[in-house]
Design a protein around this ligand. Structure first.
Ligand SMILES: [Ca+2]
Ligand SMILES: [Ca+2]
Ligand SMILES: [Ca+2]
Ligand SMILES: [Ca+2]
Length: 157
């Protein structure tokens, strides 16, 4: 936060205090935040956030909501961001093209099996990931195009 140098101390103290001030009715959410913040640095990063997610959810679904909740895009959720997003539960689900783009870590426009796994339930065994991958990889080049992924003929880029 940018604070002008000549701001009276009292005002500055109030501004600085607001984001961490306990608010009524947030008890359960705040406890969840404390529990999620494993390294106790006052922010829930993506790894800590993923640990909160049920294993039936895919990595891309979780990261999609994490990114929406991370309003200042600093890679972590402050308590304020955590509260505003109801613990990262707001935002719904990514579209197919958003899933594809999120999963494509090296941004080459294709998903390799590891990237593809990010679009499936985290609990899915690797052999099932590979089986699903093989079914979709019609040209057997060990890469899924957006079309093979099931995205239709429109590319996400
Ligand atoms: Ca943390
Ligand atoms: Ca943030
Ligand atoms: Ca890729
Ligand atoms: Ca392919």
């Amino acid at each position: 936060m940018h604070v002008p140098k000549l701001l009276p101390f009292a005002v500055f103290a109030t501004l600085a205090f607001v984001p961490t001030a306990p608010a009524a009715g947030n008890g359960a959410l705040d406890r969840r935040f404390d529990k999620a913040d494993i390294n106790d640095n006052g922010e829930v990063d993506s790894t800590e956030f993923l640990a909160l997610e049920p294993r039936s959810k895919s990595w891309v679904e979780a990261i999609y909501r994490f990114n929406l909740a991370d309003i200042d895009h600093n890679g972590g959720l402050s308590l304020t961001e955590f509260r505003a997003s109801n613990g990262g539960k707001e935002g719904g689900k990514p579209s197919r093209s958003q899933k594809f783009a999120l999963a494509d870590a090296d941004e080459d426009g294709f998903l390799d099996p590891e990237e593809f796994a990010r679009t499936l339930a985290q609990s899915k065994p690797w052999r099932k990931v590979l089986r699903d991958f093989g079914r979709k990889d019609h040209n057997d080049d060990s890469q899924l195009s957006f079309q093979e992924f099931g995205g239709g003929i429109v590319t996400p880029f």
